[in-house]
Design a protein around this ligand. Sequence first.
Ligand SMILES: [Fe+2]
Ligand SMILES: [Fe+2]
Length: 385
Amino acid sequence: MLLDRSFRQTLIARLLQSAGPATAAALLVAAPGCAEPEAEAADLRCFAWDEALGACLDRAQALDELKSIYTRCDDRIVSVESDGELRNGGCCYEVIAEDQSDICPMEGRPFTLEGHRVRAAPREAEAGWLARATASGASGQQPSLADLTGEERETLAGGWLRSALEEHASVASFARFALDLMALGAPSSLVEAAHIAALDEVGHARLGFSLASAYRGGPVGPAAFPMPPAVPIAPDLAAMARAAAEEGCVGETVAALLAAEKRVRAGDAAVRAALEVIAEDEARHAELAWLTVAWAIGAGGEPVRRAVAEVFEAAAASLRRPPPPEAEPGGGRAAALAAHGHLGGADVRALHSAALAQVVLPCARALGLWQPAAAAGAARPEASV
Ligand SMILES: [Fe+2]
Ligand SMILES: [Fe+2]
């Protein structure tokens, strides 16, 4: 699948410029090595809980609650393995969870704990996260519902709600990223950009919740974010750079390209305006990630480079896996849904793969952050991704 050509080319130029040319020489020192994958840590999942309500829910009730929070496109919670423990406004449980990222590729910067994506549950009648009208008119516009069936409105409400909850999680992700940068001695330009990006994500979440509310016919927003009482920050430069590469160089670069592609297909003016804002902001967030990785490698050297290379190698490996079976039935109204910013799962996965193959990996390769296995083994840099 081809991505929007002009947006793609502009983004590639911006990303390469972010990490070079001043830093490119430092990056082009040695080929990245390979490391053993890390063993999976025990999974701990929490949800907000007011101690005034008494003890935490039992395991069966907790499983239902957690399933409502960690839905199809996060981790699938299979079972709850411990009793709940009250922790600073939340109940936490050890769980067994299955990664669903093959089914729902990452679209944007997630908030991750122990390698798993976390996001808030939706809350009906929550109006505190709706977009406000601005002078530019980009926020607060209402989509046209005229030609939509009830089923289509429901699909669109669900799609935009999921997207809004992911944007909402990105606010927390950037807040933690800013702390990582502070703790690792990053320059003020990166810390400043991280805070600005967090505010951008607040705006994206508002746009998404507003569109979801319009399609469903009533306000919907996020419940309290299921933040554990202690949120770990990156222990060192390599861990921070790995997360920046995963969540930013991959996640936000893909998010920018997906938003741009959705914008091209969107006929509804309110949806197009929202996607215009999101695509441009996500492109800046992607630039920030590539710049951060370049700074981290300059400051931390080879261990950081190896950590980053593993992320791109994992992205390349994901392209070599066969796609999962199509879970969503195709419909004759795909164009109508696309006009309102909703693409089917197969389209999203195809665009995700195209973004990796046409932008993320070529940029990583050009900056010396990664090279294809064939090129690494046989010094044939022309080998294709
Ligand atoms: Fe965003
Ligand atoms: Fe973003």
